[in-house]
Design a protein around this ligand. Sequence first.
Ligand SMILES: Cc1ncc(COP(=O)(O)O)c(C=O)c1O
Length: 246
Amino acid sequence: MAISEAIERAASDEGTKYSLGSVLNHVLLHQTIVGQEAVIQMEKAGDFPDIVIAPFGGGSNFAGLSFPFLRFNLEEGKKVRCIASEPSSCPKLTRGVFRYDFGDTVGMTPLLPMYTLGHNFVPAPIHAGGLRYHGAGVVVSQLLRDKLIEARAHDQLEVFDAGVKFARAEGIIPAPEASHAIATVVQEVERCKREGKSETILFNLCGHGNFDMKAYEDYFAGKLQKHEITQADIEASLAQLDTPVI
Ligand SMILES: Cc1ncc(COP(=O)(O)O)c(C=O)c1O
């Protein structure tokens, strides 16, 4: 909705231009500065990640961190798993379809081949507002389709459990968006423990939660809800699409 409103403004005002802030290729490319710096930081730490994890809204922070690591998979013997973490209430990567769709609700952007729940999809009001987006960046979508990256969905309660665990261990309150990545980290750590393995996990703490105290308050008061969506909800949203099927 915000994208549609921004485009409307830019289209009706001579002096205003709009550049979409997630999803599109130029944004993903721009954000790779994050991963390029992380590659150097890992070198300085004398380590290299087995797994790279980031939360997923439209794809910019995930692509930014993971793309510079993905290219190492072209080297003999190297395998970095890159996992995108999304809300189970807005599961475009894990339950969406790959087809052409618009990047905005009104349908003003160019058509993009992407994993999508349909641009009319209205997700539950979870606290991770930045992840309530119906679609996924074109390059990320293609990588997922080609099984070069992975995706995982978490419900809101699991996400806040992980966020609180992290805050208690590190003294940093993570944004609800970032806590999705932490939920995936927790699962991978538990897998490593079960398998008796030691793996290096790099994740993107993409934002602090200092303005999300109400969400944490609700969590501690037991007021947060699980928001599962049914297959029928997803199909009803997709049925409204008249964009080309790939
Ligand atoms: C803190 C934070 N993390 C992640 C995201 C998700 O966006 P993207 O997938 O484009 O990185 C947002 C979006 O608003 C955000 O505010």
